[in-house]
Design a protein around this ligand. Structure first.
Ligand code: ADP
Ligand code: MG
Length: 658
């Protein structure tokens, strides 16, 4: 059903939903929350510590006072719960004055912040006591939002959609709540019914039900994916694009300013052999961040081009695609390589796009670098013989297939910094060979790490200022774009503004996040790479693959909110030259458990080991907020924590086939 038929959603709201690719109730019900906010029991003021996110039940003990500093208004008042008194502040919301009455009893939920010597709540949410009592102990969904459409508005629409579809009946095949899994499997695996899983993923009735719902939906994703893989069949063995060894690759290796490490050499040898074998190559290249995978891709692409074929190099983000394009154009010129590269991303538009597509179809372009735009329908290849996907775990495998289908069956090299066990790789990618680069290029100093709490922030600011004074650059990562949905979580917008105040004026600060226009993102990345920005405050969009060797500090706020594999990826953005690099993991909500987790990062620099230790420590109940990085092959399933579900799905699909 079109969402415009839901009560309260008109043309305007529907247009906002459309930005999130939500058109009908099915889309809405399949738009799973990005996170959950746990509403705890009421706390006593005298128990609060700085940084706690908490709810207090209080009387308002002073009338609200409003004052102005420049154009900013500050509304403040005191509250007391008998255990202690505290101050509540709202910035830029003078209109709230009329709703704050001395003597009123209510609940405020916010993050305890130190102002002078006293704790206060800044911009907390206010609740009627009965309203908060209903929320206490529940997990409330937080959705990805778009400008003009809040998480609460999405939640409301989802509820309506659910009610509407339930009353229309869930047993009809075209109901978005219809259970598509065979009944036998649901019974055998003890899975929650589909309609109940959808209910609990959006409106969890309890933590246990939420986990059950999540597992049910993850299982289904794996099941349907594996079914699709089996139906599609595997790639043919004999290649339409046989190659012979060429002198150009050896010549390039001689001209490089460095020698390949022995692992790089071994990997290149096996790729070279694969390509000449007459069979189709499908190879997964795993190597930690900074281990030097890009040069291997370039060698393979060079080999394909010298054999008269086209090569394609796919990156998961615009930023990374542009960077690869620049790197390869630079190498083409410097080392006189026979590449005729073009860039194809969503940003290449109009006449330029037409020319680019023409050059790809005629074969004038022999190397095509870009994002998923590479496999959109309009793209026709001349003779696509070799495809590299960088940081493949960011891609849907199905999208990769779409590209493969364009050129028959090209050789495929999948590069990933996030390792998965071989058995899982076989299930997820089909039949493939796995190569690994274990060692880092020589001359790299190990990154120095620290895990600290917010009390350390002034020291950290002094430290990054010193690094900038030495001519080095700094990344600062915050989990969200603006002060939207999550209380007590740093955001890029406000953080960069407060950093501007905290640091010397001449330090150049740039901002990068996924909601910016692509042109703006590229511009910022270019400026950072060119050394015209000293500190880049960013969301995790820089996580994957970006290479700015002059950056020596990676500073992560709310580190406790990230998966360790993701933090390790972020850390891999520094330590890319012979300079000493540093990584600062800032905990904004310090608990012993999160410290124990983060300590794993201090003791290991091996992404393979980190991912598995994180898994062990987190255990099965600990599923949200710290999804492992990148693997958005699946919407809700996580290849790290769901290996058992994947095995089940594989078993069940295979049993059904026989
Ligand atoms: P990743 O595996 O994370 O993709 P990159 O391919 O971006 O790593 O390589 C990181 C940096 O190391 C690049 O600047 C690259 O030029 C450099 N590099 C690659 N191989 C070597 C090597 N054998 N010796 C020295 N530097 C190397
Ligand atoms: Mg890379």
């Amino acid at each position: 059903m079109d969402i415009k038929n839901l009560k309260g959603i008109g043309e305007k709201t529907a247009a906002l939903f459309d930005k999130l690719n939500i058109k009908d109730t099915a889309d809405l019900l399949n738009f799973f929350p990005a996170d959950y906010d746990h509403f705890g029991p009421i706390c006593q003021i005298n128990e609060l510590k700085e940084g706690d996110v908490a709810a207090i039940r209080v009387y308002i003990t002073s009338p609200p006072a409003v004052r102005y500093i420049k154009s900013m208004s500050i509304l403040s008042f005191n509250v007391s719960d008998g255990s202690d008194e505290m101050n509540i502040v709202y910035f830029n919301a003078p209109y709230l004055r009329s709703s704050i009455k001395k003597g009123e009893e209510c609940v405020f939920r916010g993050r305890a912040t130190l102002r002078g010597k006293r704790l206060s709540f800044n911009n907390p949410r206010k609740y009627k006591i009965t309203d908060y009592e209903a929320l206490a102990g529940t997990d409330q969904p937080i959705y990805h939002t778009t400008k003009g459409l809040s998480s609460a508005a999405i939640q409301k629409a989802v509820r309506k959609a659910y009610e509407t579809e339930v009353s229309a009946g869930v047993m009809y095949k075209n109901s978005p709540l219809f259970d598509r899994l065979p009944a036998g499997i649901i019974e055998k695996r003890g899975l929650m019914p589909y309609y109940e899983a959808i209910l609990n993923i959006h409106m969890p009735q309890s933590k246990e039900k939420l986990i059950e719902a999540r597992n049910r939906l993850a299982y289904q994703e794996f099941y349907e994916y594996i079914l699709h893989m089996l139906e599609r069949g595997y790639t043919p063995r004999r290649s339409e694009y046989p190659m012979i060894d060429v002198a150009d690759t050896g010549r390039l290796l001689e001209k490089l300013p460095f020698q390949l490490t022995s692992d790089q050499k071994a990997v290149w040898d096996s790729i070279n052999m694969d390509l000449c074998s007459g069979n189709v190559m499908t190879r997964l290249l795993q190597g930690d961040v900074g281990s030097g995978k890009t040069i291997i891709a370039v060698l393979g692409l060079l080999m394909a081009v010298c054999n008269g074929y086209q090569g394609a190099f796919m990156a998961p983000t615009e930023v990374l695609a542009v960077q690869h394009y620049d790197t390869i154009r630079g190498m083409t010129k410097k080392f006189d390589l026979p590449f005729k590269p073009v860039l194809l991303t969503g940003l290449v538009k109009g006449a330029l796009r037409k020319d680019t597509l023409g050059a790809i179809a005629s074969g004038d372009a022999n190397l095509i670098i870009g994002t998923h735009a590479l496999f959109q329908e309009a793209v026709e290849y001349h003779k696509l013989g070799f495809v590299v996907t960088d940081e493949q775990h960011r891609f849907g495998v199905l999208q990769r297939e779409a590209l493969m289908q364009k050129g028959g069956s090209p050789h495929v090299l999948i590069m990933s910094a996030t390792p998965i066990p071989r058995t899982l790789a076989m299930i997820l990618y089909g039949d493939l060979e796995v190569s690994t680069i274990h060692t880092m290029p020589a001359g790299r100093l190990p990154i120095k790490n620290c895990v600290v709490d917010t009390g350390y922030r002034p020291t950290a600011y002094k430290f990054i200022t010193d690094e900038v004074r030495k001519g080095n650059q700094v990344y600062i990562i915050c989990p969200q774009v603006d002060s939207g949905e999550l209380i007590g979580v740093e955001n890029v917008t406000e953080y960069s503004a407060s950093l501007r105040v905290a640091l010397p004026n001449d330090i150049r600060i740039g901002v990068l996040h996924g909601q910016m226009k692509s042109t703006a993102k590229d511009k910022i990345m270019d400026e950072f790479a060119g050394g015209n920005i000293d500190i880049l405050v960013s969301t995790t969009v820089v996580e994957v693959g970006v290479n700015v060797p002059n950056a020596t500090v990676m500073y992560i706020e709310n580190a406790e909110r990230f998966g360790l594999a993701q933090l390790h990826q972020l850390r891999g953005r520094v330590g890319r030259s012979d300079k000493q690099s540093y990584c600062i993991f800032m905990m904004n909500n310090a608990s012993d458990k999160s410290r124990e987790r983060l300590d794993i990062l201090l003791n290991s620099n091996d992404g393979f080991e980190i991912a598995s230790k994180d898994m062990e420590l987190r255990g099965p109940g600990d599923i949200f907020g710290i999804r492992q990085s990148g693997d958005i092959i699946f919407k809700i399933g996580d290849i790290y924590q769901d290996s058992e579900l994947i095995m089940w799905a594989k078993e069940d699909v295979t049993a059904a086939e026989i």
